[in-house]
Design a protein around this ligand. Structure first.
Ligand SMILES: [Zn+2]
Length: 156
């Protein structure tokens, strides 16, 4: 069994931060107070393999890291990076959403993730770029744009 312990902040309530409000495509995305956008990386190869093997702790920890990466990109304001991280977050939810802690985290951030993709074209273009990178690493094989749209609840 994995000895990874989760920090309390993973279950803190959703709060909006007025101070750290950033804008994407004219739509505001307020970075929640419980999100870390600096010095947040905790997932190493061991933990990632542990998550793939089914460890709930590591799945939740990975989801938190993906969420932090998404908001880090939001804070930098680069459109391509924001779309790439949003796609990665949806994929992580697709993989690990059977864990209730991952599902809870997804519910907290889904509205912001969905704001990034206002049209099917934007989504498909972002998916293609993301999927090319993943396939080079032999990852996300067989994952389709439609699957990620369906699981995220986007109506595009
Ligand atoms: Zn683990």
């Amino acid at each position: 069994m994995c000895k990874t312990s989760l920090k309390k902040r993973t279950v803190t309530k959703f709060k909006k931060s007025k101070k750290r409000s950033k804008y994407y495509g004219g739509m505001p995305i307020d970075i929640p107070d419980w999100v870390k956008i600096k010095d947040f990386r905790t997932m190493d190869d061991f933990k990632k393999q542990c998550a793939v093997n089914g460890c709930e702790h590591c799945r939740i920890e990975w989801m938190i890291e993906e969420i932090n990466e998404f908001y880090e990109a939001v804070s930098h304001g680069n459109k391509d990076d924001i779309e790439d991280e949003a796609m990665g977050l949806i994929r992580t939810y697709q993989q690990f959403g059977n864990v209730s802690g991952v599902l809870e985290l997804w519910k907290k951030v889904r509205n912001h993730v969905l704001e990034v993709f206002s049209t099917r074209d934007i989504f498909d273009n972002a998916f293609e770029k993301w999927h090319v990178k993943k396939r080079k690493k032999n990852q996300a094989i067989g994952v389709t744009s439609q699957q990620l749209i369906d699981i995220s609840g986007l109506s595009l």
